[in-house]
Design a binder for this molecule. Structure first.
Ligand SMILES: N[C@@H](CCC(=O)N[C@@H](CS)C(=O)NCC(=O)O)C(=O)O
Length: 196
C-alpha cells in the first residue's frame, strides 16, 4: 500500500500529482502543518522535521521530494517516469533530481528571502542567475527537462513553477512548458485530490 502524508497547498501536492501519473492505488493522510499547536510530536517518527511530503510504501518510509520521486519511479518502472539503473540517461536523471534539491530550491529560497552575502563559489547552490539561465536554456531546446520524455524531474520543476513563478525566469518556452504540464490528465486529476 502507498500512503502519502499530505497537506493541501504545500510541496506534498506535487507527490499527489506523481501518484496520479503512476496510477496505483494510494491513500492520503492529512497532516495539518498550519494547525494551532503544531503537528503532533508522534509524526516525527515519520518525518524527522515533521514536514510533508512523506511516503509510506508497505512500511518503507521515504522523505524529501526528490527522494520520493526517485523511489517511486524506480518502484513503478511501468509508469516510465525516469530512466532505470543501467539505462541510458540515468546519469542525467539523477543529476537533475539532486540539482533540484541542492541547487534550485536553495537558490530560489535564498532569493525569496533576499539573503545576501553568499559567495557563489563556495555555497553549494552557486549563483541563482546561472541556475535560472540553465533552466531557461534547457526548456528552449526541449519539451521536458530530460529531452522529449516526461519524468519526475518535471514534477519537481513544474510544481516549482506553479508555487514560485514570480521567482523564476519567464519566456515563451517556459510558458509553453507550464501549459504542457498542466494539460496532463494526471495533473488535472491531482488538483481536486490535493486540495481535499
Ligand atoms: N525539502 C523538503 C521540504 C519539505 C517542506 O519544507 N515542507 C513544508 C511544506 S511546503 C512543511 O512541511 N513545513 C512544515 C514545517 O516545517 O513545520 C522536501 O522537498 O520534501
Amino acid at each position: 500500500m502507498l500512503k502519502l502524508y499530505h497537506c493541501p497547498q504545500t510541496r506534498s501536492s506535487r507527490i499527489v500529482w506523481l501518484l496520479e501519473e503512476i496510477g496505483e492505488p494510494y491513500t492520503l493522510e492529512r497532516i495539518d502543518i498550519r494547525a494551532e499547536g503544531g503537528v503532533p510530536e508522534s509524526y516525527r517518527a515519520i518525518h524527522p522535521l515533521k514536514k510533508v511530503p512523506a511516503l509510506d510504501h508497505d512500511g518503507e518510509i521515504v522523505t524529501e521530494s526528490a527522494a520520493i520521486c526517485l523511489y517511486l519511479s524506480d518502484a513503478f518502472p511501468a509508469a516510465k517516469l525516469g530512466p532505470k539503473v543501467g539505462q541510458r540517461g540515468r546519469g542525467a536523471y539523477l543529476s537533475w533530481l539532486a540539482y533540484y534539491a541542492g541547487v534550485i530550491e536553495p537558490g530560489l529560497m535564498s532569493k525569496a528571502v533576499g539573503a545576501q552575502g553568499f559567495n557563489p563559489v563556495s555555497v553549494g547552490w552557486g549563483d541563482p542567475a546561472l541556475m535560472e539561465q540553465r533552466l531557461a536554456e534547457t526548456l528552449e531546446k526541449n519539451a521536458y527537462i530530460l529531452g522529449d520524455t516526461f519524468s519526475t524531474v518535471d514534477v519537481l520543476i513544474g510544481s516549482t513553477f506553479q508555487i514560485a513563478a514570480r521567482l523564476l525566469p519567464k519566456s515563451d518556452a517556459i510558458e509553453a512548458y507550464k501549459q504542457r504540464l498542466e494539460a496532463r490528465p494526471a495533473f488535472q486529476r491531482s488538483l481536486e485530490k490535493a486540495a481535499a
